[in-house]
Ligand binder design. Structure first.
Ligand code: AQP
Length: 327
């Protein structure tokens, strides 16, 4: 089986954007691929995190993956910081990556502008840590959003360079993009991506939000002042709600437009809210049950870590040996 590596940062509550764009698909591809999924808490600390919140979010993200259908028996699921091979390989990759290459990363440029008071070295070397995540498991595919394409391309450049200088070390990874339309925008601003770390909780719907909260958030979603449930210029808010409704019901745009013919935005928003909350109800229930069984979660984390390290150790040792480090 081809190997897939992906991760999610425990930087807040998992949103329906993360669910539709990533976690739901992870559950679906487990049959086809050998999957390695990690809670990317090292990546999350490139931005300040409150320690207690980070600890809580890490455990909750882990439980959420399982609640969404990621099966720890079939896939490897672990917490990134528990596996030291990631930072160990990152050091080697850093020494084969140019300052200029990292300076060209658009995510670094965006994030250093957004977090201007904390442009730390971790933010700058985020792509080499991501390259280490991918290359350690000799991943063939990396399911990512289009915004991560540049990082995967850099990973390939670094891998090719090191393979050339040191001999065959790494599999060349490729992006695996989700189906079109999987990008969910903020409810408060349909031109901005929905993000779990957004300081305004009205901008996102968390998978764990109770039904009345979900309905309230959709009710106050920013839309235009027109009418008609369809996609058009100036109707990006409605378009985003249609994307969400379609993803949760499997209905096409035409079916949705027909369903709400002659009805107002209020009706549509209520239907979206009720549908999302109802479809996610079993996920919330499984999550609650998992969180009550800390011993089981701890056992899964330990087992996932052991499996991950068995693979990553081979790559890390091979690289360290070729570089000339004592093992
Ligand atoms: N709005 C979105 N629509 C579709 N997919 C999304 N993803 C994130 N937001 C959306 C996908 O979720 C996966 C995990 O993302 P991440 O935690 O590694 O970081 P991110 O992409 O930066 O996600 P957030 O929610 O915006 O986190 P913060 O606020 O911490 O930056 C990825 O596969 C991503 O594509």
């Amino acid at each position: 089986k081809k190997v897939v590596l992906s991760g999610i940062q425990p930087s807040g509550l998992i949103t329906i954007g993360n669910y539709l764009g990533a976690v739901k698909n992870w559950a679906e591809i487990q049959e086809q691929y050998r999957c390695v999924f990690m809670i990317a808490n090292l990546h999350a600390t490139t931005v300040r995190q409150e320690p207690a919140a980070l600890r809580k979010n890490t455990l909750e993200a882990y439980a959420m993956l399982l609640a969404c259908g990621v099966d720890p028996k079939r896939s490897i699921v672990f917490v990134q910081s528990q596996n030291p091979h990631h930072t160990e390989l990152m050091w080697a990759l850093n020494c084969y990556t140019q300052f200029g290459e990292l300076s060209r990363m658009t995510q670094f440029k965006d994030k250093s502008a957004r977090y201007a008071d904390n442009v730390n070295a971790g933010l700058f070397t985020y792509p080499t840590l991501m390259a280490a995540d991918i290359l350690l498991y000799q991943a063939d595919y990396v399911p990512v959003g289009i915004d991560q394409k540049q990082h995967v391309e850099l990973t390939r450049d670094i891998a090719q360079r090191m393979n050339g200088v040191l001999g065959n070390l790494f599999t060349m990874p490729e992006c695996l993009f989700p189906k079109a339309g999987a990008k969910i925008m903020a409810l408060t601003d349909p031109t901005k991506k929905m993000s779990k770390s957004d300081p305004n909780p009205k901008s996102y719907v968390a998978v764990l939000d109770p039904k009345d909260t979900v309905i309230k958030k959709f009710k106050s979603a920013v839309t235009d002042s027109g009418s008609g449930i369809c996609r058009a210029e100036g109707k990006e808010g409605i378009g985003n709600l249609m994307t969400i409704y379609s993803a949760f019901t499997g209905k096409s745009d035409e079916e949705i437009t027909a369903e709400f013919e002659g009805r107002g935005y209020g009706d549509f928003k209520l239907a979206v809210g009720e549908t999302v909350a109802d479809v996610l109800a079993p996920v919330r229930e499984r999550f609650a049950a998992l969180m009550r069984d800390r011993a089981y979660l701890d056992a899964c984390c330990a087992e996932g870590l052991e499996q991950a390290m068995r693979i990553s150790q081979r790559t890390r040792d091979k690289v360290y040996k070729k570089i000339g480090f004592f093992l």
